[in-house]
Design a protein around this ligand. Sequence first.
Ligand SMILES: Cc1cc2nc3c(=O)[nH]c(=O)nc-3n(C[C@H](O)[C@H](O)[C@H](O)COP(=O)(O)OP(=O)(O)OC[C@H]3O[C@@H](n4cnc5c(N)ncnc54)[C@H](O)[C@@H]3O)c2cc1C
Length: 420
Amino acid sequence: MATDAEELIAQSTPEDAPPFSMELSQDQQDIRDWVHGFAEGVVRPAASEWDEREETPWPIISEAAKIGLYGFESLAQFWADPSGLTLPIASEELFWGDAGIGMAIMGTMLAVAGIFASGTPEQLGEWVPQCYGTVEDPKVGAFCVSEPDAGSDVSALRTRAKYDEAKDEWVLNGQKAWATNGGIANVHVVVASVDPELKARGQAAFVIPPGTKGLEMGTKVKKHGLRASHTADVFLDDCRVPGSCLLGGKDKLDERMARAREGQAAKSQAAMRTFEVSRPTVGAQALGIARAAYEYALDYAKERRQFGRAIIENQAIAFALADMKLEIDAARLLVWRASWMGRADHPFTNAEGSMSKLKAGEVAVWATERAIQILGGNGYTREYPVERMHRDAKIYTIFEGTSEIQRLVIARAISGVHIP
Ligand SMILES: Cc1cc2nc3c(=O)[nH]c(=O)nc-3n(C[C@H](O)[C@H](O)[C@H](O)COP(=O)(O)OP(=O)(O)OC[C@H]3O[C@@H](n4cnc5c(N)ncnc54)[C@H](O)[C@@H]3O)c2cc1C
C-alpha cells in the first residue's frame, strides 16, 4: 500500500516542473526559514560538543524527528517540489547549522536514495520507513558501496552475492569501507557483485534487514571532520537475506546481466543520470558550510580592530570577503540549476550535476580557509567555529566522487571523448 509520502512523490511528475526561477515561492521560503530556525536554535549550539564527542547526536536526531524534519515525509515533501529547489535550500540551511550534525540527520538519505534508485514500489514502501524508524524511536540507514580496494573505481567491488536457489536466499560476503552509519544502521543497503566478470553491470543492491546475522561493524573511523557523523567498516560474513531483498528483483537483474553477456550496450545514461541528480544536493551541503564561514568572518571583520580601524577597512580583508560572497553565490547558481534540471528531467549534456558538486565542494574548502585567515589566531582555535567548518568542508572534495572524478565526468561529457 502506498504511503502518504509515496503518493506525494507520485503526484509530482516532471511535467509539473515550472520554468527556472530564482524567485522563491512562499512554501519554499517557509521551509527555508523553518529549517534555518532548527539549524540556528538546536544544531549550531550543539555543534562543538558533538564534534568533540565524535558520536552520533541521537538527541538532536530525535529533536529533528519530533518537528518532522527527520523522516521520509519531510524528504518526500522537499523532493515533491516541482522546481527542484526545496531540497538544496533545506540542505544548505541545515548544514549552515553544522555539517557533522547535518550529515547525522541527512546520511540516511543515502540509503533511501539507493532504495529509490533500484527498488520496486513495494520495496520502497517496506524499507524506507524502516530506515528512519519512528518519532519515538528514530533509526538511521546506511548505503555501503566503497571498499578498501574500490573507492573511485566502484567497478572493482569484491563483495560477492551468491544466490542459494534452494532457499531463495542471497548470501553476501565481503568488506565495506567508509560507510556513513555503517554498523549502527537499522537498514543497510549493500552493493555487491553477482558476476564479477561483468564488472559494474554484474553488480546489484541488496537490503540487509535489521538484526541480520553475519553483518558486523568493523573499525569506527576517526576523522578529520564531520565527526558527529558515524563512519565505519562493515563486514559481511555469510550474511543471508531473503530473495526479496535484491532491489529491483531477480528477473530484472538476470535480464540486465544477459544483455551484458551478449555484449549489448549498457544503459549507462541511466546510472550516470542518477549521480547527476543526487550531486547538487551534496553541493548544497557544502554551500551551507561555506556560507556559515563567510557570514562568521564578515561579522568578525567588522568587529575586530587593528591599527585603529576595523580589519574590514583594509582592502585585503574586504576583497577576500567580496570574493567569498561571489564564489558562494556562483556555486549556488550551479547547484540550483542542476537541481532544477534533475527535477524537470532535462538532459545533463555537460554533466551539470557534477559541475555543481565540484564547484560547491571546492568553494567550501577555499572559503573556510579564507575565514580562518580573516580570524587570524582565533580562527585556528577550537574556540571559534571556522576551524571546524574547514575540517568539515574538506570531505566535499572527496566523497560522492572526488574532485578529480567530477572533472573526469565533465571532461567526458563536454568532449564526447572517453578520457580514461
Ligand atoms: C567521511 C566519509 C564518508 C563516506 N561515506 C560513504 C558512504 O556512506 N558509503 C560509501 O559507499 N562510501 C562512503 N565514503 C567513501 C567515499 O565515497 C570514497 O572515499 C571516495 O569515493 C574516494 O575513494 P577512495 O577514498 O578509495 O580514494 P581513491 O579512489 O583511492 O582516490 C585517491 C586519489 O586518487 C584520485 N584518483 C582516483 N582515480 C582517478 C582517476 N581515474 N583520475 C584522476 N584521479 C584519480 C582521487 O581523485 C583521489 O584524489 C565515505 C568517505 C568518507 C571519508
